[in-house]
Write a protein that binds this ligand. Structure first.
Ligand SMILES: NC(=O)c1ccc[n+]([C@@H]2O[C@H](COP(=O)([O-])OP(=O)(O)OC[C@H]3O[C@@H](n4cnc5c(N)ncnc54)[C@H](O)[C@@H]3O)[C@@H](O)[C@H]2O)c1
Length: 319
């Protein structure tokens, strides 16, 4: 068995590549290195292409046949919500176009197992704080829409030609499994706060008047190593039997408020920074946490890490 990993040089993908290597699986990475780093994929061969580009399908087919690929894990995507609002065409071209080429290649090469990086952004602004996979998805930005379309595409391919897919809706990913695989982008709360305190600035909190216990937004944080392990559990699940197209929330199932995350960063870093409280941002629900019953019952996966180990590993890597 060999696994083709698109976006394997990225933050989450590189953790999965390392875990696959630890299981002695054969891994091939496809990555255009836009945000990925070649040094993160260890000994895996790299195919350096844009999967959304014309001609990518044929290169993917050849790679799948040459390396006897049996499964694909699809991380490669553009992922900045704000940019997706300004440049929706690019996001649809990259994320939907990339998925189109990939599925065409899988169909042609007769590779029928796929684990897809979806996102809690598919839910939009739900009225309940803890969401199950059956909730109606109403994404509120182009990024979340491209992820939901990706899920529709896997469902259609399952019906049309027997693709077996596990769509994983990640909640807030943070931490580092190994210091060299840390998140190098400053787009999520933890790296944003680290960047602010390193620059001697006060991290900004958007809104302290939400209907939550301390007034700040509550989110579900999952350690990247736990998340990476969920991909291996999903691969094993797809291999065990013929599976329907399925969707799983991947989170800790618990909520932490922005103030709680900041307090943990204070404790771990030993730096007592001030906070700059600004007005609420549009599009931020007060609470968004995963109901993780389905993934626990079906894949036997459960998050093992906690907020302390998330911040501790991220801080150690950032230093
Ligand atoms: N990080 C999060 O909090 C989070 C949350 C939900 C979902 N996701 C999804 O998880 C996946 C991985 O996210 P990440 O945080 O590791 O991001 P990342 O930017 O670190 O990794 C993405 C990788 O894909 C590559 N890539 C991007 N577009 C490509 C293309 N068209 N062709 C080939 N390679 C391409 C990049 O070079 C990079 O190595 C993405 O699909 C993202 O939408 C991430």
């Amino acid at each position: 068995m060999s696994v083709l990993v698109t976006g394997g040089a990225g933050y989450i993908g590189s953790h999965v590549v390392r875990l696959l290597h630890q299981r002695s699986e054969s891994v091939i990475v496809v990555d255009k290195l836009s945000s990925g780093i070649k040094g993160r994929i260890d000994s895996a061969p790299l195919i350096d292409i844009d999967i959304a580009a014309p001609g990518a399908t044929q290169i993917l087919v050849e790679a799948m046949l040459k390396h006897n690929v049996t499964s694909v894990i699809h991380f490669a995507a553009a992922k900045q919500v704000g940019v997706s609002v300004e440049q929706p065409e690019f996001y649809f071209e990259q994320n939907v176009g990339g998925m189109t080429n990939l599925l065409q290649a899988m169909r042609e090469a007769k590779v029928d197992r796929l684990v897809f990086s979806s996102s809690a952004a598919t839910y939009g602004m739900p009225e309940v704080g803890s969401v199950t996979e059956d909730l109606d998805c109403k994404p509120i930005n182009p990024y979340g829409q491209t992820k939901l379309i990706g899920e529709w595409m896997t469902a259609n391919a399952a019906r049309a030609w027997g693709l077996r897919a596990a769509n994983l809706r990640y909640f807030n990913v943070a931490g580092a499994g190994w210091p060299d695989l840390a998140d190098t982008a400053t787009m999520n709360l933890v790296p944003i706060v680290f960047a602010a305190i390193k620059a001697g600035k006060s991290p900004v909190v958007f809104g302290d008047d939400y209907d939550t216990p301390d007034g700040s937004c509550v989110r579900d944080y999952v350690h990247v190593l736990d998340l990476a392990e969920a991909h291996l559990a999903a691969l094993d699940y797809l291999e065990r039997d013929h599976r329907e197209n399925s969707v799983f929330n991947v989170g800790s199932g618990e909520g932490s408020s922005v103030f709680e995350v900041l307090e943990e960063i204070r404790l771990v870093s030993g730096i007592d920074f001030a906070i700059d409280i600004q007005k609420r941002r549009a599009g931020d629900p007060p609470k968004l946490c995963a109901d993780v019953s389905r993934i626990e019952a079906t894949l036997g996966w459960k998050a093992k890490q906690n907020m302390h180990s998330i911040i501790e590993s991220a801080w150690a890597a950032a230093k």
